[in-house]
Ligand binder design. Structure first.
Ligand code: ATP
Ligand code: MG
Length: 381
């Protein structure tokens, strides 16, 4: 008997028809990347992927985070023999102290005698006659004993949910507007999870925002990198622009004009670096600048699409995801943010595009944008 990891990938990949092969290849490469410092062997058995390693625990932890993988299970591999299957099943269940169970059989190898149903019943009966105080419960069992019959037989009773989604770098690219807050790292994670390659941009208002605020964003980028393998972060100097706006535009339009600059600069950077879209952590109604009117007016400043994966989510649910993915603790560290430093007392919640553009005509928008794009610092995390 040998223990190994069975990797089940997201069912959506099976729906990819002719593209399935390229999704699988990408997924395999991404697994190889996260396992670069582990000794292992990846093998396939009629469409299933298995990983052998001396250090299975570490492999489980790493592979669970690979986008496109739905589940990972530590399985026992044995010869395709019903008596050996019974023995192994008994070993797994009697160790665990479960009171109820059911057997699920997948008979991929049709040369094995009996239907899946018959194998499950026979194996269930064997377990019932060998363990006291255990019952079959087909609706809500404490333990599902899985048997897969392929070239070999595989028996397992514990399943680990993995991140799901689509293999990273199979669905284009986006530039994430990454602040130090709770929302934007979650937005980036959700896009990456759908296979979109993530780059990030942070608008830094030195000296109003400190070096530590910048470090916080770098740390958030590093945390996102644990899922993506690599990540490019652009740091854009934003102070001059903010000063110009404060000096020349009405106080209550400060936030919305700032947002439009962020969108326009990000748009510019994205085009320069062949990135196809923008992503923000905005959610409708969350703060004064995230009204429908505000979002419409800020969207107008970019010509490429702006994706807002959190748009219809409640803050508590966003916070839950932040905790799950490990960014929450860093996000709540108390450092200044460029948007909280220059907050007008009564920001416009229903900006009108024409009026905002009129205010912006007092600024040399093009030069301000080009200067900050030119002076952007590039950090490969
Ligand atoms: P977050 O928690 O992501 O900071 P928030 O709820 O604080 O979001 P805002 O501060 O209004 O909301 O920002 C809305 C979005 O604008 C952010 O999610 C982020 O995508 C972008 N953003 C805000 N400030 C910055 C910044 N300094 N650099 C890069 N992007 C920013
Ligand atoms: Mg913020």
């Amino acid at each position: 008997m040998k223990e190994l990891l069975m990797v089940k990938y997201a069912p959506e990949i099976f729906l990819k028809g002719l593209n399935k092969g390229s999704f699988e290849r990408k997924l395999k490469k991404n697994i190889e990347k996260v396992l670069a410092d582990v000794k292992y062997e990846l093998i396939t058995d009629s469409g299933r992927w298995f990983i052998y390693s001396e250090n299975l625990e570490k492999v489980v932890e790493k592979v669970k985070k690979v986008f496109g993988i739905a589940e990972v299970c530590v399985v026992s591999q044995i010869e395709r023999d019903f008596n050996l299957i019974c023995e192994e099943a008994l070993r797994q269940i009697s160790d665990s102290g479960y009171k109820t169970f059911k057997v699920e059989t997948n008979r991929a190898n049709k040369s094995f005698p009996g239907t899946s149903q018959e194998i499950s019943s026979k194996l269930g009966a064997y377990i019932l006659s060998n363990i006291e105080n255990i019952q079959v419960d087909v609706h809500n069992p404490e333990c599902i004993l899985n048997v897969e019959i392929r070239e070999d037989a595989y028996v397992y009773s514990k399943r680990n949910k993995a991140v799901g989604g689509m293999p990273y770098e199979t669905n284009g690219s986006t530039l994430l507007l990454l602040s130090g807050g709770i929302d934007s790292p979650v937005a980036g994670y959700l896009m990456a999870r759908r296979g979109v390659k993530i780059n990030a941009v942070y608008f830094h208002s030195h000296p109003y925002t400190s070096e530590r605020a910048k470090d916080k964003v770098k740390e958030l980028a590093r945390l996102l990198k644990e899922y993506t393998g690599s990540l490019r972060l652009f740091i854009v100097p934003f102070t001059d622009i903010q000063m110009e706006i404060i000096e020349k535009c009405p106080d209550d339009e400060l936030t919305i004009i700032m947002r439009r600059f962020m969108a326009a600069i990000a748009n510019n950077l994205a085009e320069k670096h062949k990135i196809q879209s923008l992503t923000t952590g905005e959610s409708i109604g969350q703060v004064a600048s995230q009204t429908m009117e505000g979002l419409v007016v800020s969207s107008d400043a970019a010509s490429i699409p702006i994706f807002r994966p959190l748009i219809a989510m409640d803050k508590v649910d966003i916070m839950d995801i932040a905790r799950q993915i490990g960014t929450y603790e860093t996000s709540i560290l108390p450092y200044e943010d460029c948007c909280t430093i220059f907050v007008p007392k009564h920001p416009k919640t229903k900006p009108i595009l024409g009026l905002i553009k009129n205010s912006e005509s007092k600024l040399d928008v093009e030069k301000l944008i080009n200067d900050s794009v030119e002076n952007a610092e590039i950090i490969d995390i």
